[in-house]
Design a protein around this ligand. Structure first.
Ligand code: NAG
Length: 148
C-alpha cells in the first residue's frame, strides 16, 4: 500500500514537471480563457491618459494617441468574475468604466467563442466597444457611454 502511494506520488511529481517544462515561456499559461483588451484614441491630435486596474494589478498610466493605442492581456478567473476598470483623462474630460467584466465578456461573445479580443475606442462624444477592430468611423463600434 505505501509502496503504491510512493509510486503514485513520484508519477504525479514527474507529470507536474513535465507539464511545467513543455509550457512555452511566452504564454500567459491560463487555466481559463486568455483575453486581450485594446484601447484606442479616436480623437485626432489628442493625448488620453489611460489607467487600468484590477483588484490585484495596477497597470499604471499610459498615454495613447490617434496613432498609438494600448493593450494588455490577462487570464480570466476560473470563477468568471474578472474585473478590470479604466480611468481615462482627456484634457478636462474624465470617464471611468469597466474595460472588462461579465457584461463586456457577454457582449463580445464570451469565452465559448474563438474571439477573445476586446476593442475600446474613445471618441469626442464618448466610448465605444467592438469585438473586432474596424476603422474609427465604422458603425460596428457600439456606443457605451459619454465622458462624465
Ligand atoms: C503623458 O503625457 C503628459 C504630457 O502630455 C506627460 O506629462 C505625462 O508624463 C505622460 N505620462 C506618461 C505615463 O507617459
Amino acid at each position: 500500500m505505501s509502496n503504491l502511494k510512493k509510486l503514485l506520488f513520484s508519477f504525479m511529481v514527474m507529470f507536474y514537471f513535465t507539464c511545467f517544462l513543455i509550457t512555452p515561456s511566452y504564454s500567459l499559461d491560463c487555466y481559463a480563457q486568455e483575453w486581450t483588451v485594446y484601447i484606442y484614441d479616436g480623437i485626432q491630435d489628442s493625448v488620453i491618459d489611460v489607467h487600468v486596474k484590477s483588484k490585484d494589478d495596477d497597470l499604471g498610466h499610459h498615454n495613447i494617441t490617434f496613432d498609438l493605442g494600448y493593450r494588455f492581456a490577462f487570464c480570466e478567473s476560473i470563477f468568471g468574475n474578472t474585473l478590470f476598470t479604466g480611468d481615462f483623462y482627456h484634457g478636462s474630460q474624465f470617464v471611468h468604466f469597466n474595460v472588462f467584466d461579465d457584461v463586456v465578456s457577454s457582449i463580445i461573445g464570451g469565452p465559448q467563442v474563438e474571439n477573445t479580443n476586446v476593442y475600446w475606442l474613445l471618441k469626442q462624444d464618448g466610448y465605444y466597444l467592438s469585438k473586432e477592430f474596424k476603422a474609427y468611423h465604422d458603425p460596428v463600434w457600439k456606443f457605451m457611454g459619454h465622458w462624465q
